[in-house]
Design a protein around this ligand. Structure first.
Ligand code: NAP
Length: 327
């Protein structure tokens, strides 16, 4: 199967600037945390990537440890880029991250310069790339000075191995300090990647205000709460689902929100949207959100998610009804 990208790929997707920066990301981005690893069907992942790119999704998010096994999502993605996307590299924004456990010993995780720069080299090798577009510190490290972690990100840019940098999972006060250091170093910190959905709302307290003040974009991960905010779990736990695997999402998580998702689905139906579309639109309604970073195990899911953009407006009454369901 040879791949040629659709000529229509830029017709409907919306692109938003990362805060004050020049780089634009598609309003819907695709993450490769699940469904692209060594245990998954390679051709299925490949087809999802083709369809995503044809729909205008230019941003693909990875991390050193995505798989399983760790590293295999980058390897598979690298193979697909080589086979199918070589001609389109300049139309793609590829990100990776370092910070979670990747190899044994004291240098295989967290935020030391040693970990970040060695990990970036490994990621580039696995993906067969000369550079990534965005390199992230995947999580704050309580035991490493923030200066050291930020200097490593700065080094990644100066060495030409990353064009921009980002931080992920940093609380508001640490994020603010990180942006101050990166500004002093002259490194473009363009984006923060926090967990945010109808069910996980910590960013609303302070982080989004900090990002706005600093002119930094925001790309929430797990905006569908790993699938809970879709029609997937309306009638229990299907065998072919993340919750059935009982690792990152558990059957007990489904039970906890079972009543809420039925009510939310009714509101989505009134809006003539799928629950997934309403959940993504709800995150995107805040102008400080650059892109929603979704996962997908099928072409249908990615199509459904991109169709969100047909209706991202809410009436005050709909917003009030949603808040009531979430209480
Ligand atoms: N920075 C971090 O620490 C961090 C942490 C987690 C994730 N991330 C990033 O964020 C990305 C997205 O995370 P996520 O996969 O948890 O996101 P998510 O979008 O909340 O969940 C994706 C899952 O929801 C289901 N789904 C998606 N669209 C659907 C639809 N339209 N209808 C029905 N079900 C649908 C699928 O589940 P099934 O697979 O069960 O079909 C899919 O795998 C990751 O790939 C990664 O790039 C970053």
């Amino acid at each position: 199967m040879n791949y040629t990208a659709s000529k229509e790929r830029y017709n409907t997707m919306k692109y938003n600037r990362c805060g004050k920066w020049g780089l634009k990301l598609p309003a819907v981005s695709l993450g490769l945390w699940h469904n692209f690893g060594g245990i998954d069907r390679f051709e299925n992942g490949r087809k999802i990537l083709h369809r995503a790119f044809d729909l205008g999704i230019t941003h693909f998010d990875l991390a050193n440890n995505y798989g399983p096994p760790p590293g295999s999502a980058e390897e598979n993605f690298g193979k697909i880029v080589k086979q199918d996307f070589k001609a389109y590299r300049d139309e793609m924004i590829i990100s990776t991250k370092a910070g979670y456990l990747m190899w044994p010993g004291p240098y295989g995780e967290w935020g030391s310069r040693k970990n970040l720069l060695a990990s970036l080299d490994q990621s580039l090798k696995r993906m067969g790339l000369e550079y990534v577009d965005i390199f992230y510190s995947h999580r704050p490290d309580p035991d490493t000075p923030l200066e050291e972690t930020m200097m490593a990100l700065d080094r990644a840019v100066r060495s030409g191995k990353a064009l921009y940098v980002g931080i992920s999972n940093y609380p508001a006060n640490k994020a603010k300090e990180a942006f101050r250091i990166l500004k002093e170093l002259g490194t473009p910190a363009i984006i923060h990647q926090p967990k945010y959905s109808m069910f996980v709302r910590w960013v609303e307290d302070e982080l989004l205000d900090v990002l706005e003040e600093e002119g930094v974009g925001c790309i929430p991960f797990s905006p569908l709460a790993q699938g809970l905010l879709t029609d997937k779990y309306l009638h229990g736990v299907l065998e072919d689902s993340r919750a059935a695997r009982e690792v990152f999402l558990k059957k007990a998580d489904v039970d906890r929100v079972a009543d809420k998702i039925v009510l939310l689905n009714e509101i989505a139906q009134q809006r003539r949207q799928s629950l997934a579309q309403m959940a993504l639109a709800w995150v995107l309604k805040d102008p400080r959100i650059t892109s929603v970073l979704v996962g997908a195990s099928s072409i249908n899911q990615i199509e459904d998610n991109v169709d969100t953009l047909k209706n991202t407006r809410f009436t005050n009454d709909e917003l009030r009804q949603i808040e009531e369901c979430l209480r």
